[in-house]
Design a protein around this ligand. Structure first.
Ligand SMILES: [Zn+2]
Length: 227
């Protein structure tokens, strides 16, 4: 217990525990989650919206085309409709019949318009259900604890000597560090303070090495970290 390091933030003794590290960890987790998840969430969102929209449009097209067919079938059954069409709306029939037909056509068009509006509304109201369906097709997978990438992450392979994990530089960094260590002929003297914060304090295990991380001149943090 005496070997537990002081608070990395305020330097208070390890016991009783102060809230600094837990608070900073929470912030760091939020930031990491944002960096890791936001681009993927955006990609998933675009995919879900694109597919949902397509199916909503298909549903609307099905409804409205059935309705249009019924509409034109109805018009074609109206008395004098074919001669009305044949004479482009000016058929040689009695004005009373023409007026009656015009009223029926106008009513049918108004019905069609209302029906199409209702079809569109019914289609759009299905969005929650359709969005749920496409979101349900997304698979989020947590790797197995026995996966080598989990049990032997690059920083473990590098002896916890690397300063932060960077996808793009990873291969080079590990090699460089290894060379440097070979040249210096010694194992790294300290464990990265970040690792201790996570593995030692926040997770309430003793740190993996008894020496607390002491770096004169303060800590150098990779950009984007809050502590
Ligand atoms: Zn503290």
């Amino acid at each position: 217990m005496e070997s537990a390091p002081n608070c990395a933030i305020c330097n208070a003794p390890a016991y009783p525990e102060c809230p600094c590290e837990a608070e900073r960890l929470q912030i760091a987790v939020k930031q990491a989650e944002h960096r890791a998840m936001e681009p993927r969430l955006a990609e998933i969102r675009d995919w879900v919206i694109a597919h949902s929209r397509q199916h909503i449009l298909n549903a609307f097209h099905n409804l409205s085309s059935t309705r249009k067919q019924a509409h034109y079938a109805y018009l074609s059954r109206l008395p004098n409709y074919s001669i009305y069409m044949q004479f482009s709306g000016h058929p040689p029939i009695h004005p009373t019949y023409l007026h009656q037909l015009q009223v029926q056509i106008a009513e049918a068009h108004a019905d069609l318009k209302r029906g199409i509006d209702a079809d569109w509304k019914a289609s759009v109201l299905r969005y929650p259900e359709v969005l749920d369906y496409f979101y349900s097709l997304i698979e989020l997978r947590i790797p197995s604890d026995s996966s080598p990438r989990v049990s032997e992450p690059p920083f473990a392979i590098a002896g916890y000597a690397d300063q932060g994990y960077d996808h793009s530089r990873l291969g080079n960094e590990v090699k460089k560090k290894k060379k440097r260590r070979d040249r210096e002929g010694s194992a790294p003297a300290y464990v990265d303070d970040q690792m201790i914060t996570v593995a030692g304090r926040a997770l309430r295990h003793p740190p993996p090495v008894p020496t607390p991380p002491i770096q004169p001149g303060g800590y150098s943090r990779p950009p984007g970290y809050s502590f």
